[in-house]
Write a protein that binds this ligand. Structure first.
Ligand code: G3H
Ligand code: 13P
Ligand code: ZN
Length: 349
């Protein structure tokens, strides 16, 4: 199957009442881990690359590795997504390369640190939407600001400092026409999200539910959604790591979100933890080894295990064969006629 539009993938998820994990990649082994998990669980997938990932791997390498994944797995719908685009130019460069979806994160200024004004966010996001939709490419926007800093990107703080205002979310969605909307409900990027297990009173699920009621056709996105499982932390610490005690987002909270309009769930940290633990274990137990395959293979397997588990928990497992790809050209026509601005590609349940 060719790369598919993320809009189609999320409209199908809405129809089926499930969520789709969006997993970050930087290299071949991570792409293979995701595809292994997608094959194993028969899941549609979103593969996403941050600006840092595009720089690390170099655009062409990463793009062609993902094309290889599509070529080798024709039965799996794959959307290729730019994570946290910081400017029109970043999003345009991803679209020019062939990404089928971009996130314009206008909640922060171009420096990726300073919260932007509502007006600035609307202006840059609308510009990306106009450019992307003309080419059939999906756009995710963000309103409200997440906590934490990853690779220099993020406003810092706890995640509860800039929780999304539902009125602003509605106005933002109407003014920009985004297909998907990331909202801030108290999560942060990275491993250090909470100092104790968060219950329903920590994560602002009421805000999420209020937004979904008012924007039933806009797919909601949860960033910072790694669960940071204790067993993955323990492996790292057992083999010489020094992680401090920490908690992530409980899977049950994500599942509550999925029942209330969350269609895309961003996970990176859990996979980083799984790979690092596996590498540490090999190097600790067999310090004489130096062939990268000896530790990259277990690292890839550890990531595949986490991804497959999330695919099952989010409900996307078993849905890879539900549909055929609609071409990006057809999708562009849908945006042009206005059909896709008010109607999903497929009716939600
Ligand atoms: O948004 C954060 C993702 O975990 C990507 O992180 O910018 O370090 O690649 P990164
Ligand atoms: P985590 O750090 O919780 O995995 O979040 C990843 C993310 O939101 C990528 O955009
Ligand atoms: Zn994010």
């Amino acid at each position: 199957m060719p790369l598919v539009s993320m809009r189609q993938l999320l409209d199908e998820a809405a129809k089926g009442g499930y969520g789709v994990g969006a997993f970050n990649v930087n290299d071949m082994e991570q792409i293979q881990a995701i595809m292994g998990a997608a094959k194993e669980t028969k899941s549609p997938v979103i593969i996403q690359a941050s600006r840092g990932a595009r720089q690390f791997a170099q655009d062409k390498y990463l793009f062609h590795l993902i094309l290889a994944a599509a070529e080798l797995n024709p039965e799996i719908p794959i959307a290729m997504h730019q994570d946290h685009g910081n400017s029109f130019e970043t999003c345009k460069s991803a679209i020019d390369l062939g990404y089928t979806s971009v996130m314009m994160d206008g909640s922060l200024k171009e420096d990726g640190k300073t919260p932007a004004s509502f007006e600035e966010n609307v202006a840059v996001t609308k510009r990306v939407v106009d450019f992307a939709h003309e080419r059939g490419v999906t756009v995710e926007g963000e309103i409200g600001v997440l906590g934490g800093v990853e690779d220099g990107h993020g406003a810092g703080g706890t995640g509860l400092e800039h929780v999304t205002d539902p009125d602003q979310a509605v106005e933002f969605a109407e003014l920009t026409g985004v297909d998907a909307l990331a909202i801030a409900i108290g999560t942060s990027h990275g491993a250090y999200k909470f100092s104790k297990k968060p219950d329903g009173s920590v994560l602002k699920m009421d805000v999420l539910i209020a937004i979904h009621k008012r924007l039933p056709n806009t797919h909601l996105v949860m960033h910072g959604s790694s669960s940071v499982p204790k067993d993955l932390q323990d492996v790292i610490n057992q083999y010489g790591g020094k992680l401090k005690e920490t908690w992530g987002v409980p899977v049950e909270e994500i599942q509550l979100g999925i029942r209330n309009g969350v269609r895309k769930i961003n996970v990176d940290t859990d996979n980083r933890l799984a790979m690092t633990g596996a590498i540490r274990k090999v190097l600790w137990e067999t310090p004489e080894k130096f062939d990268p395959r000896d530790y990259m293979k277990p690292a890839r397997e550890a990531m595949q295990k986490v991804v497959a588990q999330r695919m099952t928990q989010f409900g996307q497992a078993g849905h890879a064969g539900d549909y055929q790809a609609v071409s990006i050209v057809e999708i562009a026509k849908g945006y042009k006629s206005g059909a896709l601005s008010t109607q999903p590609l497929v009716a939600a349940k």
